[in-house]
Design a protein around this ligand. Structure first.
Ligand SMILES: Nc1nc2c(ncn2[C@@H]2O[C@H](COP(=O)(O)OP(=O)(O)OP(=O)(O)O)[C@@H](O)[C@H]2O)c(=O)[nH]1
Ligand SMILES: [Mg+2]
Length: 224
């Protein structure tokens, strides 16, 4: 397994670098998805489920963590390519770091590449990674008030996956209230309630991802 150690790049240049990476990913025909959530919300479990449900889609995963290789090992066990990225203690990925991670992939022949960002509801939302799509996870045990407390990530995401739906009976989580709060911050947000454990709701999410992927491939070359 490839493990790479990365350090933050110059922040002022981040937006320009992010645009350049997006153009490069479009040239490669790969939709890069930035997946963000708090620690333990279920990013790796969701990615594992997506990989299993889309066997005909070429998927790679960039696993960003402060330490360890456990998440990349889980992805590789499914037969997908994973690169483990160590962020030198940083709580987010920036565009330069993401580009270095993309370069560490064995080939440029992927339909979808997921960046599993560092588990954190705050910092990752502040940096454009160069991804073509941003997706966040909120899990049922975290509570339906999170859009009120951490609005930026909800504003910056294209999709909100509400996961661990199988745990609803044990938590006072109001799905409608959560959706309403998130949509108030970001009316264009697509919301997918799922359980990565039981598979409930996964079809709607994977169909949506495939649509976005096809749009990305057929979109204008080299532009954002
Ligand atoms: N019941 C239930 N548990 C889940 C679900 N998805 C994930 N989990 C559990 O939640 C815990 C954390 O899941 P991970 O997928 O490792 O979460 P993560 O966001 O990747 O965690 P970090 O990478 O450490 O930030 C594990 O014990 C999973 O089994 C789900 O849909 N339902
Ligand atoms: Mg993980």
């Amino acid at each position: 397994m490839k493990v790479i150690e990365l350090h933050a790049s110059v922040t002022a240049e981040n937006d320009r670098e992010a645009d350049a990476l997006r153009a490069e990913m479009r040239r490669q025909g790969t939709l890069l998805v930035n997946l963000m959530s708090s620690p333990g919300a279920g990013k790796t479990t969701l990615l594992s489920r997506i990989i299993r449900e889309l066997p005909d889609t070429r998927i790679a995963v960039l696993e960003a963590d402060i330490e360890s290789t456990v998440d990349a090992e889980r992805i590789e066990a499914l037969g997908a390519e994973a690169v483990q990225v160590h962020t030198d203690g940083m709580c987010h990925m920036d565009a330069g770091m993401t580009w270095e991670s993309v370069k560490a992939l064995e080939s440029g022949a992927y339909d979808l590449a997921f960046l599993e960002n560092v588990g954190n509801l705050i910092c990752p939302a502040e940096y454009d990674t160069g991804a073509g799509l941003s997706m966040m996870i909120l899990s049922v045990p975290e509570g339906d008030d999170k859009p009120l407390k951490y609005p930026l990530m909800f504003q910056k995401s294209d999709a909100l996956v509400v996961t661990k739906l199988d745990a609803l009976p044990w938590f006072d989580f109001d799905l409608e209230k959560c959706k309403e709060r998130a949509k108030k911050l970001n009316p264009g947000l697509s919301v997918f309630p799922v359980s990565a454990k039981t598979g409930e709701g996964m079809k709607a999410l994977t169909d949506w991802l495939l649509e976005r992927m096809n749009e990305w491939k057929t979109g204008p070359q080299g532009t954002v």
